[in-house]
Design a protein around this ligand. Structure first.
Ligand code: HEC
Length: 122
């Protein structure tokens, strides 16, 4: 029993350590495949959605020439880890009236990784 408990604890530490250092931009690039149909990463290039070039740290609805929803325009959001995370879980829940037709990323890891990836696109 005691032996099992020790294994259990060390497993928890190992897994916990993994989670703490989880965000991984390479994995995020794979997650981004889900966004690619609608989002370019090139400055100034829009698709169905606005470019996500330099999105991290930027204010919402900043791309010139993209017709954002009213909801996005008046959101006042600045895209950082917290707001991107909340938006990407369920875009329409976080921002009622957004035009982003995407169900969301349920897995925390996927969100962390894709955010880490977006941070590298400057
Ligand atoms: C079906 C198309 C579609 C998909 C898939 C999609 N988006 Fe979007 N996205 C949009 C549209 C359209 C908007 C503009 C929303 C608005 O104006 O309300 C948007 C807006 C955004 C914004 C705000 C941009 C700004 O300039 O403020 C972010 C951030 C974003 N999307 C991230 C993502 C990420 C990350 C993914 C993949 C996990 C993704 N989107 C998947 C269509 C999409």
């Amino acid at each position: 029993m005691k032996f099992l408990a020790i294994i259990g604890v060390s497993l928890m530490i190992a897994l916990g350590g993994g989670v703490a250092s989880a965000a991984n931009a390479d994995k995020g690039a794979k997650v981004f495949k889900k966004c690619k149909a609608c989002h370019s990463l090139k400055a100034g290039k829009k698709k169905v959605g606005p470019t996500l070039h330099g999105i991290f740290g930027s204010k919402a609805a900043k791309m010139k020439g993209f017709r954002y929803s009213k909801a996005m325009k008046k959101s006042g959001v600045t895209w950082d880890e917290a707001t991107l995370d909340a938006f990407l879980i369920k875009p329409r829940k976080f921002m009622k009236g957004t035009k982003m037709g995407f169900a969301g990323l349920k897995k925390k890891k996927d969100r962390d990784n894709v955010i880490a990836y977006l941070m590298t696109i400057k």
